[in-house]
Design a protein around this ligand. Structure first.
Ligand code: DGT
Ligand code: CA
Ligand code: CA
Length: 576
């Protein structure tokens, strides 16, 4: 179906360009119509063309002879001369601006002719300095609309951190599954692969009444704009930011569609090559030998037909998972349910809002055995870091509560600042009293100093874990750059664990670095860095990236029982 989508986009761009160039409205309309038709067409045009040539294309309602010829040309040569000719006549930056709600070719033509607008920057200038508003047919209301459209467009073209989309998608799926017509439903795309950022969000379902399902979907609370509403496909923007696509597919193709739309594209391309070699064809409709469908209801069918073991979605990046599946060497990934606690949260003692009792209750309700309470250390004044006296009080309160608790335990911990000279923000006699010591960099004068400081901190036997090792933040450029290979090497030598900080904007280490660390035998520690009770769910984001980093249960400290974990920390200190 990739060709349908590409061609739909090409015709839409041509329509915009031709309108901008002042071409006759009927011609413009024909391209726009063709784009719409292809967007919604349920069959692969490549298939249609292969079967019946340009003639067959012309039998698609809304596709005339001229358009059919252009589709044929593109399918044969990968190019369309007319497209290139038309597009080349419009200044490049203006074409994408035409897709913005409220702008369109007419407005841009006006700005081009009267104000000499050639680039998006030009356009923004005439928007802000009032000159666009004064053009005939414009006015304050239109300009206001354009500004809103532009703001939305810019927000929408950014990728979204997974953790922001996560609660929304869960909510949508929960709401949809309650409908009487919905049978099975699952998120797919990059979301299902737990990629750290997502573009649009893809959901797939089977059910008895496509139109009703879609109607319900585009009317869900939170929808701020409906992009498309058909019998089997709906597309809507939630909260002015998140584009969600829902497709309804036949039950017999659910597995094949789920496989296809989960991607990644690279993973799917690799699978299709293997299929070809076996005389099979896989698509979102199923697995086929010639015309005969040999599977597709379950996702496993697709992998089994290719002689592969089912591959967990988090691995599907064509990073060696297909070869591993072929040779029976897929990792036995850590499961979301295998986590026995969170190793990094902040309580009211420093800058969190949770009491220690809150944390015990939370652990209990999640079926966890422990939570590591790691408040900031004394130098972190901005975060109400604990001086030694307060820290000792906290340790005492934890010991008291643990004695009373028959269920989960709290680990008396600290997120201890690594000072400029690489020493730690508490003396060893104090660190010794803690169950869990996480060392962290929070400020630096020179970026080059960060790596040596962390390396030095790892020499301290009382340090168990290095927090958010690379310091990156997903939604901004802040953070420091470290020599990650050197950190992993030293962690391996000293037996220090590296954190997978699961806070949605960190996810640090990321998938690639996790995999590197694992390959050197370094243990990983998942911590949400939660400051309030509404953030502990992010533990799942941490497990998600751990899985993307090929982690097995034994690679991750959080799969240990409480006793085992305490033993590990003591052993770590003794043996370094
Ligand atoms: P995103 O939305 O940018 O975070 O990334 P994805 O992976 O969700 O990609 P998206 O939404 O464009 O498409 C969803 C899945 O559909 C994608 O992972 C694989 C499949 N897919 C889309 N386009 C193509 C294509 O041209 N070829 C193949 N083989 N698969 C495709
Ligand atoms: Ca997507
Ligand atoms: Ca999509």
């Amino acid at each position: 179906m990739a060709a349908n989508k590409t061609l739909a986009q090409m015709f839409s761009k041509m329509a915009n360009a031709l309108e901008f160039l002042g071409e006759n409205p009927f011609k413009v309309g024909a391209y726009r119509k063709a784009s719409k038709v292809l967007e919604d067409y349920p069959e692969d045009v490549e298939e249609v063309y292969r079967r019946g040539g340009a003639e067959a294309l012309m039998r698609i309602p809304g596709i005339g002879e001229r358009i059919a010829k252009k589709i044929a040309e593109y399918l044969q040569t990968g190019k369309m001369r007319k497209y290139e000719e038309v597009i080349s006549q419009v200044p490049e930056g203006l074409l994408s601006l035409m897709e913005v709600q409220g702008i369109g070719p007419k407005t841009l033509k006006l700005a081009y002719d009267h104000l000499g607008v050639r680039t998006p920057e030009d356009f923004k200038r005439v928007l802000d300095d009032g000159s666009l508003e004064r053009l005939p047919g414009m006015g304050p209301k239109k300009v206001e609309n354009i500004k809103k459209g532009l703001e939305l467009f810019e927000k929408m073209s950014e990728r979204i951190p997974l953790g922001l989309a996560y609660p929304l998608v869960k909510e949508i799926v929960d709401a949809m599954v309650r409908l009487p017509w919905v049978e099975s439903i699952s998120a797919c795309g990059s979301f299902r692969r737990m990629k750290e950022t997502v573009g649009d969000l893809d959901i797939l379902c089977t059910g008895t009444n496509g139109p009703k399902i879609i109607e319900h979907f585009v009317n869900l609370p939170g929808v701020t704009r409906v992009l498309a509403q058909g019998d089997t496909k709906g597309s809507a923007i939630f909260q002015d930011r998140y584009q969600v696509d829902l497709r309804v597919v036949p039950r017999g193709a659910f597995g094949a569609a789920l496989q296809y739309f989960t991607g990644s594209k690279q993973h799917n391309i690799h699978l299709r090559t293997i299929a070809k070699g076996l005389g099979l064809k896989i698509s979102e409709y199923g697995v086929f030998r010639g015309e005969k469908k040999v599977g597709g209801e379950a996702e496993e069918d697709v992998y089994a037909a290719l002689g592969l073991l089912w591959i967990p979605p988090e691995l599907r990046e064509d990073w060696g998972e297909i070869e591993a599946s072929q040779s029976g060497r897929l990792p036995r990934l850590i499961d979301y349910k295998e986590v026995k606690g969170d190793l990094h949260v902040h309580s009211r003692y420093s800058d969190g809002t949770m009491t220690l009792e809150d944390l015990l209750r939370e652990a209990e309700s999640r079926g966890w055995q422990y939570i590591g309470v790691c408040d900031h250390s004394q130098s972190a004044k901005y975060a109400k870091g604990l001086d030694e006296k307060r820290l000792l009080e906290k340790i005492e309160e934890i010991r008291r509560l643990n004695q009373k608790s028959r269920g989960p335990k709290l680990l008396a911990g600290a997120e201890v600042d690594i000072l400029p000279d690489g020493s730690l923000d508490y003396p060893d006699e104090v660190l010794k009293k803690l169950d869990l010591v996480i060392a962290a960099i929070h400020s630096w004068k020179k970026e080059e100093d960060v790596t040596p400081r962390i390396l030095k901190a790892m020499e301290n036997p009382h340090v168990h874990i290095i927090a958010h090792p690379t310091g990156r933040l997903i939604s901004s450029r802040e953070g420091y750059r470290v020599d990650i290979d050197a950190l992993i090497e030293r962690a391996s030598e000293t037996g220090t664990a590296l954190e997978i900080n699961a806070y949605y904007d960190r996810l640090d280490l990321n998938d690639i670095n996790i995999r590197k660390a694992k390959s050197k035998g370094v243990k990983l520690a998942i911590g949400t860095d939660a400051h309030n009770l509404g953030q502990l769910w992010m533990i799942d984001l941490g497990v998600g990236v751990a899985r993307r980093g090929w982690c097995e249960p034994e690679d991750v400290l959080n799969t240990m029982d409480y006793e085992e974990l305490i033993r590990w920390t003591r052993e770590k200190t003794r043996s370094s």
